[in-house]
Design a protein around this ligand. Sequence first.
Ligand SMILES: N[C@@H](CCC(=O)N[C@@H](CS)C(=O)NCC(=O)O)C(=O)O
Length: 218
Amino acid sequence: MLQLYYSRLSINARRVWVTLLEKNLEFELILMKLNGDQFKPEFLKLNPFHHIPVLVDEDFKIFESLAILDYLEAKYSESSFMPTDAKDIAKVRTIELVTVNELPPASIILMKDMLDVPVEDKQIEKANQTMATALQYFEDNLDANSSYFVGEQLTYADIVAGTAVSAIPSLGISLESYPKVSKWLANLQQRDSWQQTAPSPEDIEKSKAVMKAILQKR
Ligand SMILES: N[C@@H](CCC(=O)N[C@@H](CS)C(=O)NCC(=O)O)C(=O)O
């Protein structure tokens, strides 16, 4: 059976978890405590860079969440989340890459500030600007009359950006100025896969100390 190494608060793991659920696959969840489990020798054999998510399929191990999504898409193509039209593929890929390249560095700065890890005002300003640019980019790519980025078809753009944007309000950024993003997120949050994978307020509270320790080292 497929095994997913994850933690409740990991956005990188959540996009894989949502995909496994959306594809109706059987899998086992292996919970990692990120205050040390990721440095254990047995885990470093799965990912020498000590990050989750990792997906194990029998004797095949994959890390890097977007590579895992590619694997799941190619192997379990009956329910597909990648469109076939050239422009739609480019749109999905761009949104995925904007999410994984632009949002994490800005989120780290804002999270540091929230958890009282010292950070310069200039960095906070830049992080807020990056978030605003990304949210406006998502807003401009959504259609007020469609549920998702590519019409009514759920794609990896929704799964990848949606799991990341869900966490943005907890960084103190309101989505109010982005009505299409707010409506799109509300649509996603109605899906079972979203509800099953959403971290509870207790999960968020419990993870703060671990998160602070990780951020102090960055
Ligand atoms: N580019 C990687 C990023 C993975 C990543 O940063 N994972 C974090 C959790 S969200 C992690 O494992 N942090 C613990 C560590 O690096 O020691 C991916 O998309 O899978």
